[in-house]
Ligand binder design. Structure first.
Ligand SMILES: [Zn+2]
Length: 221
């Protein structure tokens, strides 16, 4: 009985339920079982180019974590096509560094769906690897460490101006917020609800403490 409990505990129900939907669409992946009975995906993931032709193929595994769907599952590139170097966004256990933690937290705020994860996160990651192999540099990536986090926030705020970030953060975490139908404080001329309100909602997902802490570290760069 104890063992059975342990097995049930280690399985992530939602992940298990969603495996089938992925292999139906990606038949070169299959469901494998670990010794504890939990499932994971293993096989070939074909990466399409803009015209839908296969631009490259990678031998991968996708494993559940206890935090799925509120964090990404783990992706491993096991074919050795990507060098194990931080610079290539792959760690020594073959796991892939998919993006900065902040983006992951926002993506997973309402729980991520496995097939969407494969299509919106995993395939673009490998497409980026193909691009880098061909050109020597990534099309878009967040570098490791604080510079990557800074780039993430620059993209999120739509501005490199750190003083503007402060305005946005203060408004976001202050009570009696900006009125939805007012022209946005950024000066775009658009209504707040169509401009920086959605950005503030993402900041809310990260939480005041995390945002303030990140920005403090960035300001010291
Ligand atoms: Zn705005």
């Amino acid at each position: 009985m104890e063992l059975q409990n342990l097995i049930t505990f280690s399985m992530n129900k939602q992940f298990e339920l969603e495996l089938q939907s992925v292999i139906e669409k990606y038949p070169d992946l299959s469901i494998r079982k670990k010794t504890d009975g939990s499932g994971y995906l293993k096989g070939i993931l074909n990466i399409p180019d803009d015209l839908g032709r296969i631009a490259g193929s990678f031998s991968i595994e996708i494993h559940s974590t206890s935090t799925f769907p509120y964090r990404y599952p783990k992706v491993y590139e096991v074919g050795g096509d990507i060098p194990i170097e931080a610079d290539w966004h792959k760690y020594d256990d073959n796991s892939c560094c998919l993006t900065v933690e902040q983006k992951e937290l926002i993506d997973c705020h309402y729980g991520i769906i496995l097939i969407h994860f494969v299509e919106k996160i995993v395939i673009p990651y490998f497409a980026n690897q193909i691009y880098r192999k061909a050109t020597g540099h990534y099309l878009n990536e967040y570098p490791h460490g604080l510079y990557g986090i800074k780039m993430f926030y620059s993209d999120l705020f739509g501005s490199h101006d750190i003083n503007f970030w402060k305005t946005c953060v203060i408004n976001c975490f202050t009570k009696g917020k900006f009125e939805r139908n007012h022209k946005c404080y950024c000066g775009s001329g658009k209504k707040f609800k169509h401009c920086h309100l959605p950005i503030e909602e993402k900041l809310q997902m990260l939480g005041k403490e995390k945002v303030m802490n990140d920005l403090k570290r960035i300001f010291l760069l």
